[in-house]
Design a protein around this ligand. Structure first.
Ligand code: FAD
Ligand code: FES
Length: 278
């Protein structure tokens, strides 16, 4: 395929598999139409792509499969509006457009030798999933891995197959919670920030990485501060309405930074310097 020098021109990808994660979230596994491109494509955990449905529009989604598993790229899409509804109407074999990789990524090299605490809510597990799988594929580089993950109800938990696998592993501490009692649910009940308080992980040599709804993030950050996590050791990924995805249109700016180019991954110390970030 001719080299694509136009940053707005999507590349063609084909859907190979669709997983119904929850009543309103589907995961799409895709491969580039050009098999050579599939081989040459490189990205880092935490980077995003713009998926397009032709004639409808494009939207931003994190690549939630890790670069250590390149049989396909996976995107999970929560039905929110026009583009996401059109994506939910697609089937295996259908094609869509992809502009990727965009944005920055988790500083996973700086996290080597540390304990890692993931705190996710709902679809917020998507960016964390990339890094979790990447770290499990490089398990010796990281110390204790703890995952606190919650959703409104058990059917709303994403990546149920992954959760089963992580639960069965001896080298991952998975703590699941749902907002309220639910028939057949025998694990924790309570909001993610409250469960974080109950688990009370030590900040010693630990990096906390969180993603979820803004209200969850707000209380998670407060509780991490109470647990004495330093701002440099708290990492999050932000969302904003995006258009160009490459720092040109100015749609996603936060002070002097663009979420699409300087983010979406920031640590709390960086966010504190950005007006309106939190
Ligand atoms: C860096 C980044 C990574 C993302 N990763 C994922 C992902 O992995 N999976 C996923 O399902 N979604 C993800 N999103 C959110 C996703 O881009 C939006 O939900 C999507 O663009 C909505 O498009 P739409 O045309 O269907 O909805 P629209 O018709 O544009 O909007 C529908 C409703 O959702 C609200 N909305 C739209 N976009 C956002 C947003 N970014 N944040 C908050 N509210 C919004 C609108 O205000 C409106 O109320 C990500 C966003 C960013 C910026
Ligand atoms: S989306 Fe255009 S500058 Fe970020």
């Amino acid at each position: 395929m001719a080299e694509n020098n136009n940053p707005y021109l999507p590349e063609l990808v084909t859907i190979t598999n669709i997983i119904e994660e929850t009543p309103n979230i589907k995961s799409f596994q895709v491969v580039f139409k050009d098999p050579e491109r599939m081989k040459s494509f490189k990205f880092e955990p935490g980077q995003v792509g713009q998926l397009s449905v032709f004639g409808v529009g494009e939207s931003t989604f994190v690549i939630n499969s890790p670069p250590t598993r390149m049989d396909y790229l996976q995107f999970s899409v929560m039905k929110a509006g026009e583009v996401t509804a059109a994506l939910h109407d697609l089937y295996p074999g259908d094609q869509m457009g992809l502009r990727a990789p965009l944005g920055n990524w988790f500083p996973y090299n700086e996290m080597k030798g540390k304990n890692i605490l993931f705190i996710g809510g709902g679809i917020g597990l998507a960016p964390l999933r990339t890094l979790i799988l990447y770290m499990l594929d490089n398990r010796a580089d990281y110390k204790d891995i703890t995952i606190i993950y919650g959703s409104r109800t058990p059917p709303d938990l994403c990546y149920k197959e992954d959760l089963k696998e992580w639960e069965s592993r001896g080298d991952v501490n998975l703590i699941l919670t749902v907002d309220a009692e639910f028939p057949g649910w025998d694990k924790r009940v309570g909001f993610v920030p409250t469960v974080l308080n109950e688990v009370a992980p030590s900040p010693e040599n630990t990096i906390a990485i969180t993603c979820g709804p803004p209200i969850m993030i707000k209380f998670v950050l407060q509780n991490l501060a109470k647990l004495n996590f330093s701002e440099e050791n708290i990492v999050t990924t932000l969302e904003a309405r995006m258009k160009c995805g490459i720092g040109i249109c100015g749609r996603c700016n936060l002070g002097s930074k663009y979420i699409c180019k300087d983010g979406p991954v920031f640590n709390l110390a960086q966010l504190k310097d950005l007006p309106g970030a939190l």
